[in-house]
Design a protein around this ligand. Structure first.
Ligand code: DQA
Length: 149
């Protein structure tokens, strides 16, 4: 769908990308990730809004904002994945495709990371592929939106 708007939301501590546990999350910064997403979107002919918040309520407000505005949503809820029924509920109320992304492979890490509430409301989940996961999520959403036309 040409010119479709995709929201790309990032949860807590992802503002520290590049400095935070680089052996887990890599050395690229959040700005680098935004650039990759913007370039990918441009190539796909879609628009993105890329945001990060350390606050659960702000992420929920942005998910509400996506209603009626965005055609799809990519979200890395970070640690809220493992705790937030409120984010899951906000996503469940959306009628646009949602892809959950994690930079690291959460299934290879501590057991408390193995369960994501958010996955229960996502159409697809990508983890363990670093920044490429966001690129792949945007490509998948673009495909889904084309198919829905
Ligand atoms: C993360 C994985 C989460 O378990 C963790 O709390 C994060 C980042 C990831 O992108 O790999 O903050 O979502």
């Amino acid at each position: 769908m040409a010119n479709a708007l995709i929201m790309v939301l990032n949860g807590p501590n992802l503002n520290l990308l590049g400095a935070r546990e680089p052996e887990v999350y890599g050395t690229g910064t959040l700005d680098d990730l935004e650039t990759l997403c913007a370039e990918t979107a441009e190539g796909l002919g879609i628009g993105i809004e890329f945001r990060q918040s350390n606050l659960e309520g702000e992420l929920i407000s942005w998910i509400h904002e996506a209603r009626g505005r965005a055609a799809g949503l990519v979200i890395n809820p970070a640690a809220y994945s493992h705790t937030s029924i409120a984010i899951m509920d906000a996503l469940a109320a959306l009628d646009i495709p949602v892809i959950e992304v994690h930079l690291s492979n959460i299934h290879k890490r501590e057991s408390f990371r193995h369960h994501s509430y958010v996955s229960g409301a996502a159409d697809g989940v990508i983890c363990g592929l670093g920044f490429a996961g966001y690129r792949l999520a945007l490509i998948a959403l673009s495909d889904i939106l084309e198919e829905d036309q």
